[in-house]
Design a protein around this ligand. Structure first.
Ligand code: C2E
Ligand code: CA
Ligand code: CA
Length: 620
């Protein structure tokens, strides 16, 4: 009997079925449809084989033609079911829109009508040696339906190519392609019964490419991975199934060197999470776990349970920090959830509850992130210059470069709105480089120098020392634009971090050796301290706006400033007073002995060309 290929296909599918059933699965809509299609394929193959056995018996042993026809009909009906399941599975990634629902309803109606037609229409069978087939109106109907589902699947996949992940598209095409080729061969060579086998192979392609749950399992802990979480969340949002969840970040208090111990601790922690209940547990970072629940009450109860355990989960000392999300509807989707976790995963709190205020803050941060990204891409980062006046020389000898972002509508965003975010998320690196490049371009023409400006002061965040090697980029830019290092003065603020301070000092030393000078910014605010003031090899000290203003409103500040001026001068440093807004203030500062004055009294920060105009007006 001509059933070898089908038997092979069946055995293959049964082996895979065992594997699939054995794996731990994450139930998303995808997997249900896949299991339906897989099941249909197995049953179909069984009836494929049965129909050949029955036809054989009917033709050669006189077995009941009615029963044989019935078996043949069940087989072709299952074939159509398989095509229908495949179609649904293929449609899944295409957005759940009204139109899709319409197409799906239509496909269902066609499916029902097709199956009824197969039941009522006549079907004949033929067998001669290895040649075996069924024919007649019911068989024709099957062909028509198969062609309909295959072409509908291909059409939708091509039409919505952009909504379907590439890998899925390739897998779907391979699967459908195998069907088509097999059907084609079988149509012309009736002895080659390929369709059943091709369908089985197709299922295995889909399983290995799209549904293999091992891809979603973390090897160390056996928990689901971050990718799995992403899929799972997308699914829950798409089908509007609200949920609550929490993340736990466990910091094991062991030295880095003992990796094996840490691995062991992670495995034991994972086990503790699994013991909490049947809900899916994800490992979404080295030491971040996440569990999803249908109700906020249960999520919170379990959170408290594991929190009470947290330190005692393993005998390795650890510290756990939790973020609790009571209601998934507060966030717009998987991306926002990951964004939130990323944004707050180093929060100081042991239990952070995701509320509207935190969400708003995160949204504004991601908005700023986008603002900076786009501004860098579209070259909308601008540098303004605020003139700095030398009291002794009676002219403008310097200017501070201050960054701004121009919005697409032309309005300006002040640095206070985006620098703190950029410092936190690392965008300060590309941003700082862009500002420095613009300053170099500005200096390269030599025009400002010809107008008496000796140097430009550029702000550099301590965060830039952490991620980058500022000495390197400053040097390379100065060389590219052939700028004398003495034209650059870098303004720095302090850092409480000792490691950073060390790095800062090393870089400063390199830059000073190159000929670049430094100013200590924000003197007189909470950010300044004596240690820095003494150890920093800065040429200038910049009195902060609030410090300068305090001189006129606070007796104590006035006394401090009087004393500081002498101390700073004794230490061979110069003073720049920021925030001088009126003539009286200017005169008072000059009388106090301040060397340089910067403030609205002379000018607000202005664009480069305007600054050149300003210099021309005042210096010629
Ligand atoms: P900062 O370094 O203390 O800069 C001085 C700020 O005081 C500037 O604000 C300036 O416009 C403002 N200012 C100057 N004179 C007066 C005055 O007379 N009255 C008043 N009320 N304000 C005055 P801006 O441009 O908004 O910059 C704010 C901060 O953003 C800067 O403070 C600096 O910390 C940071 N920043 C600006 N550009 C950069 C940059 O390129 N890189 C980095 N890392 N930070 C920058
Ligand atoms: Ca500054
Ligand atoms: Ca300042």
């Amino acid at each position: 009997m001509n059933i070898e290929l089908q038997l092979c296909g069946l055995v293959m599918l049964l082996i895979f079925l065992v594997l699939i059933l054995r794996d731990r699965k994450l139930y998303v809509k995808n997997s249900f449809l896949f299991i339906a299609a897989f099941g249909a394929c197995i049953v179909c193959l069984i009836f494929d084989i049965a129909s050949i056995v029955f036809i054989h018996k009917a033709v050669y042993e006189g077995f009941s033609p009615v029963i044989t026809r019935a078996v043949c009909k069940i087989y072709i009906m299952l074939l159509v079911t398989q095509g229908y399941c495949g179609f649904l599975y293929a449609c899944l990634d295409i957005a759940v829109q009204f139109k899709m629902r319409l197409i799906r309803t239509l496909a269902f109606i066609i499916y029902l009508i097709g199956e009824i037609l197969i039941i009522v229409l006549p079907l004949e069978y033929f067998m001669d040696g290895r040649t075996v087939y069924s024919f007649g109106p019911a068989a024709l109907c099957t062909y028509a339906l198969a062609i309909f589902y295959i072409s509908a699947t291909l059409y939708l996949s091509i039409r919505h190519k952009k909504d379907i992940p590439h890998r899925r598209l390739i897998a779907l095409f391979t699967w459908q392609g195998m069907w088509l080729i097999a059907a084609f061969i079988q149509f012309f060579s009736k002895e080659t019964l390929l369709v059943g086998f091709a369908a089985a192979m197709g299922m295995i392609v889909l399983y290995s490419q799209l549904e293999n749950p091992n891809e979603h399992i973390d090897r160390v802990t056996g928990l689901f991975t971050q990718n799995a979480l992403s899929l799972y969340l997308q699914d829950r949002y798409t089908y509007r199934k609200s949920f609550a969840f929490y993340t736990a970040r466990i910091k094991y208090l062991i030295p880095n060197a003992e990796l094996d111990i840490k691995k062991n601790a992670v495995i034991r922690s994972a086990r503790a999470f699994l013991k909490l209940g049947k809900e899916p547990v994800f490992r979404i970072g080295d030491d971040i776990f996440c569990v999803i629940y249908d109700s906020p009450e249960r999520a919170y109860e379990k959170l408290l349970e594991i929190k009470a355990l947290a330190d005692g989960v393993t005998d390795i000392p650890g510290e756990a920090k939790f973020i609790y999300f009571p209601d998934s509807n507060m966030l717009s989707g998987a991306d926002e959830i990951f964004n939130f976790i990323h944004c707050y995963d180093d929060s100081a709190e042991n239990l952070l509850v995701c509320d509207q205020e935190l969400i708003d803050k995160m949204r504004s941060r991601s908005e700023i992130y986008g603002l900076i990204e786009n501004a860098l891409r579209d070259d909308r980062v601008e540098v303004y210059y605020q003139p700095i006046y030398s009291v002794k020389e009676g002219r403008f000898t310097s200017a501070e470069a201050l960054v701004r972002i121009r919005r697409e509508d032309g309005s300006m965003v002040p640095p206070g709105d985006f620098i703190p975010v950029a410092e936190e998320n690392g965008q300060i690196i590309p941003l700082g480089i862009r500002v420095f490049k613009k300053v170099c371009e500005f200096l390269a023409s030599g025009e400002v120098r010809a107008l008496g400006v000796e140097n430009i002061e550029v702000n550099i965040s301590v965060a830039q020392f952490e991620h980058e090697n500022p000495a390197g980029f400053v040097k390379s830019h100065l060389e590219t634009y052939q700028i004398d290092p003495s034209c650059i003065n870098l303004e720095i603020t302090e850092t409480a971090d000792n490691g950073l301070k060390h790095l800062l000092m090393r870089n400063m030393e390199k830059l000073i050796n190159m000929g670049v000078s430094f100013s200590l910014d924000d003197f007189g605010t909470g950010r300044s301290n004596l240690d820095y003031f003494v150890s920093m090899p800065a040429r200038n000290i910049k009195f902060d706006f609030s410090f300068t203003q305090g001189y006129f409103s606070n007796d104590k500040i006035r006394h401090v400033m009087n004393g500081m001026v002498n101390i700073i001068h004794d230490m061979d440093m110069k003073i720049v007073s920021e925030g001088v807004e009126s003539q009286e203030q200017y005169e008072a500062m000059a009388a106090l002995g301040v060397d340089y004055i910067q403030g609205y009294y002379f000018s607000r920060p202005i664009p480069g060309p305007e600054f050149i105009g300003f210099l021309k007006e005042h210096h010629t």
